[in-house]
Ligand binder design. Structure first.
Ligand code: HEC
Ligand code: HEC
Ligand code: HEC
Ligand code: HEC
Ligand code: HEC
Ligand code: HEC
Length: 395
């Protein structure tokens, strides 16, 4: 393995020399060509490689055949950014606040320096925004001693990740996500960003945004068993503790279900859960694995939340939202539903208004499980209990 390191170092040194020659300030004085130099001495024969751990192992993985299945899968994935397959969120990463997760270059800068490029006056850090590509997730091996160090697959980072939410939550101060493998790479982006609803001076919750709720990628939060909202609830069922989910503790987390165990030559680069590992622990037809009763409970909760009565709000002269009253100045103008289902885009949306904190907490839990998109599978017991408690506390 030492030899390999040498070879790689040698390549690095030679290429930097080439770079030096091209760019150094060399002023040529015209004159006659010099004499040709003498031929160099023949190199010494290399040492025979050990069978099985020689360069063949490198070539096997670095060959075009090995990579073509990976490329094909990537191009049809959400990460690949093709509008036919993705939500087209990869053009959002010009903005400073979105660049670390929605732009390949932004992500690389964020991992390398801890921040994205400094924004210009309009709030943009990048002129263009590209989908996450091979170079976003991979750079180079940290070691070539695969026998002792394992093959890191040259992922850009597998370091533990800060769990970051905007809202102050003392329970989440310094919370670190650590799956002990390349799943930490995913954890940099698949985060909810926003925290649970907090009461105003009157103990109510004012929702001012139709995009309220956890940001679209709260998968890490559910897998951990974090960020359920139930401060106002009388619990009818215990909420499972943090880091208890078997899917977190007994699998290799994200990469185990979404990348490894594939047999189609994609090596997981569609990121569709492979299902081939489910049967290691579950009997029966894995395609049909569902969290018992969750779908029905989500329906029930959705309908209850559509009946919740709150107070309408409107912007005042300063642009701040204020509760709206009837002409008598004391009767609140009602708003019905803290979320509503829109048949047009077949999706649930939060509704603006002033609501009881309890309703806001139940709505948060509902949106959390929806946005996670695994139908509760990431953490079945936590999801079931959050939704059951939300229903019980609304009824
Ligand atoms: C199991 C797969 C695998 C094996 C085995 C493997 N690599 Fe890699 N290597 C990768 C991946 C994945 C990347 C990053 C993405 C890419 O370039 O395909 C990478 C990147 C690299 C890079 C950086 C490439 C660049 O463009 O910057 C070098 C150099 C490299 N590997 C050398 C080696 C050598 C030498 C060996 C054998 C000792 C080896 N690799 C074995 C998977 C592997
Ligand atoms: C911490 C990382 C992170 C940041 C920062 C972030 N996002 Fe996202 N966003 C994600 C992830 C992860 C997904 C995909 C989740 C999924 O597919 O379940 C996503 C999905 C989206 C989607 C598609 C979802 C849909 O259902 O249509 C949009 C649009 C979006 N983000 C907009 C933004 C905007 C705008 C910003 C900046 C204001 C932003 N995001 C900042 C991580 C982030
Ligand atoms: C979202 C991040 C991500 C992107 C984008 C990505 N990879 Fe990977 N890749 C990974 C991770 C993580 C692994 C290792 C999974 C594991 O630990 O089992 C991996 C593994 C690999 C391997 C080793 C496969 C094996 O086991 O033999 C190769 C080769 C590879 N990637 C090449 C590529 C190429 C080429 C692209 C671009 C078309 C690409 N990757 C894009 C995250 C990514
Ligand atoms: C740079 C941020 C980033 C990283 C790193 C990242 N993702 Fe994503 N991921 C996203 C965004 C953004 C989307 C949604 C893209 C779109 O469709 O517009 C997404 C989409 C997905 C989807 C498809 C979601 C769907 O709704 O169909 C899966 C599954 C996924 N990611 C898993 C992973 C896994 C596993 C890893 C780690 C190996 C990972 N991601 C690493 C940002 C990231
Ligand atoms: C126990 C296996 C397992 C683990 C561990 C796991 N996932 Fe999933 N994930 C799934 C399954 C199963 C689905 C549901 C897919 C479906 O409905 O077809 C899913 C759904 C998703 C989706 C939405 C995909 C879509 O098509 O809408 C994203 C994004 C995602 N997972 C990301 C992650 C991330 C990031 C991690 C690590 C923090 C992770 N997952 C850990 C099995 C797992
Ligand atoms: C390492 C073992 C292991 C693997 C791998 C695994 N699971 Fe699980 N799964 C469990 C255990 C244990 C439970 C029950 C405890 C719990 O809910 O945490 C469970 C619970 C579930 C449930 C809830 C069942 C119910 O009745 O509510 C579903 C659904 C599920 N798993 C789907 C999957 C899918 C899909 C995969 C593959 C992508 C998978 N699991 C992979 C161990 C595993």
């Amino acid at each position: 393995m030492k030899n390999l390191k040498l070879i790689v170092n040698l390549i690095v040194v030679t290429s930097s020399l080439m770079f030096f020659q091209c760019t150094s300030d060399y002023t040529a004085i015209p004159g006659q060509d010099g004499e040709n130099g003498t031929n160099g001495i023949d190199g010494v024969d290399g040492i025979d490689g050990i069978d099985g751990v020689g360069t063949q192992v490198c070539i096997d993985c670095h060959s075009d055949t090995h990579r073509s299945g990976i490329w094909d899968a990537y191009l049809t994935s959400n990460h690949g950014g093709d509008p036919a397959y993705s939500y087209e969120s990869w053009d959002r990463g010009t903005r400073e606040s979105c660049a670390s997760c929605h732009n390949n270059e932004g992500f690389i800068d964020y991992i390398e320096t801890g921040a994205v490029a400094v924004a210009d006056a309009s709030g943009n850090s990048y002129g263009i925004s590209n989908p996450l590509s091979c170079t976003g997730c991979h750079d180079s091996h940290s070691s070539f001693d695969f026998e002792n160090d394992g093959n890191d697959m040259a992922v850009r980072t597998a370091a533990p990740v800060d769990f970051k939410v905007f809202a102050e939550d003392p329970n989440l101060d310094d919370y670190i996500l650590d799956y002990g493998n390349a799943s930490n790479l995913c954890a940099n982006c698949h985060q909810p960003r926003r925290g649970t609803p907090t009461p105003d001076a009157n103990g109510k919750y004012m929702n001012t945004s139709t995009h309220w709720g956890p940001h679209h990628g709260p998968q890490t939060a559910l897998l951990e068993g974090l960020l359920g909202a139930y401060t106002t609830f009388t619990l009818v069922e215990a909420i499972p503790a943090v880091k208890q989910a078997k899917h977190r503790t007994d699998t290799g987390s994200c990469v185990d279900c979404h990348m490894r165990h594939t047999t189609d030559g994609s090596y997981g680069h569609s990121w569709n859960p492979t299902r081939n590992n489910c049967s290691d622990c579950h009997g029966g037809p894995v395609e049909e694995l569902k969290v018992t009763g969750l779908e029905e409970d989500m329906d029930t909760l959705g309908h209850l939340l559509e009946q919740v009565i709150g107070q309408a709000i409107a912007r005042d002269a300063n642009g701040d939202y204020q509760p709206v009253f009837e002409a008598d100045g004391v009767t609140p103008v009602p708003v019905v539903g803290i979320v509503h289902y829109d048949a047009g885009d077949d999706a649930w949306h939060p509704v603006r208004g002033l609501f009881d904190l309890k309703a806001a907490e139940a709505a948060w839990n509902f949106l959390f499980i929806l946005e996670d998109r695994s139908k509760g599978i990431h953490n079945p017991d936590y999801a079931k209990s959050l939704i059951k408690n939300s229903i019980a506390n609304l009824q």
